[in-house]
Design a protein around this ligand. Structure first.
Ligand SMILES: Nc1ncnc2c1ncn2[C@@H]1O[C@H](COP(=O)(O)OP(=O)(O)OP(=O)(O)O)[C@@H](O)[C@H]1O
Length: 232
């Protein structure tokens, strides 16, 4: 497994959110994390990045333990993170937002890696534009480009299609599929759109109340499973 979570529990202050989560992520795969609002999906990706207050259990990347590493060290080991809401700095330019990503990289330069722009012609042509002027879909491209600046072996994407116009959702899906299948970047994404999960995912993890309640090959993500765990 490239990323291996074993019996992971996670806390905000004294409040336990994740309970004994075990997930194995094979190299090159795409794992979709699903579940209703508030079940702990965001907390799961934040836990992998070391952004919660306390973690128990083990999280290893390529065999090395991550839980003792700081967030910036985890980024340097090749974990890219695209937070919920994208967290683009609207008053900064497209270029400045991507350069921010290079600060988290193990490389010593703040030059923008070619790949960040190769994938997104719009960004290449609008490097001097204020990021706040971009559409939701363009901002998501920017968030992906910024995360690619750490030269990630694995990307964590928290609801990448949230708040994106329906006609752009498929486009984001195609970009992610390309990163996964053509560039071999392992993906973990939390997703509300079942259609996107089924198209991109090799496997799924269904969460409820801080636990994994179902998981398996994406072909096992039947309508019945979705209905049981995701309808409100
Ligand atoms: N900073 C925090 N401090 C305390 N509790 C938090 C904090 N962030 C989230 N929680 C709680 O943790 C639980 C899980 O939240 P989380 O955001 O991980 O769920 P989610 O499945 O990602 O939901 P959503 O789809 O709404 O983002 C919720 O009960 C939430 O209230």
């Amino acid at each position: 497994m490239l990323l291996d979570l074993k019996n992971v529990s996670s806390y905000y202050g004294e409040t336990q959110i994740l309970r004994n989560i075990s997930i194995g992520v094979p190299k090159g795969s795409c794992v979709c994390v699903l579940g209703r609002n508030g079940v702990g999906k965001t907390t799961l990706v934040r836990t992998i990045m070391g952004l919660t207050d306390k973690t128990e259990g083990s999280i290893s990347l390529d065999g090395s333990e991550l839980t003792t590493q700081r967030t910036d060290e985890r980024a340097k080991l090749g974990i890219g993170y695209i937070p919920q809401g994208r967290q683009i700095l609207g008053k900064f330019t497209v270029r400045e937002n991507i350069v921010l990503g290079t600060f988290a990289s193990k490389q010593e330069t703040d030059a923008i890696p070619e790949i960040c722009l190769e994938l997104f012609p719009y960004l290449r042509e609008n490097l001097g534009r204020r990021a706040g002027l971009l559409s939701g879909g363009q901002q998501q491209q920017l968030a992906i480009a910024r995360a690619l600046a750490v030269d990630p072996q694995i990307l964590l994407l928290d609801e990448p299609t949230e708040g994106i116009q329906p006609n752009i959702v498929a486009e984001i899906g195609e970009t992610l599929q390309m990163l996964n299948k053509k560039l071999g970047i392992t993906l973990i994404l939390t997703e509300q759109h079942i259609k996107v999960a089924r198209k991109l995912g090799d496997s799924f993890v269904m969460m409820d109340n801080g636990r994994v309640v179902d998981s398996g090959d994406i072909s096992a993500l039947t309508d019945e499973v979705v209905e049981r765990h995701m309808t409100v």
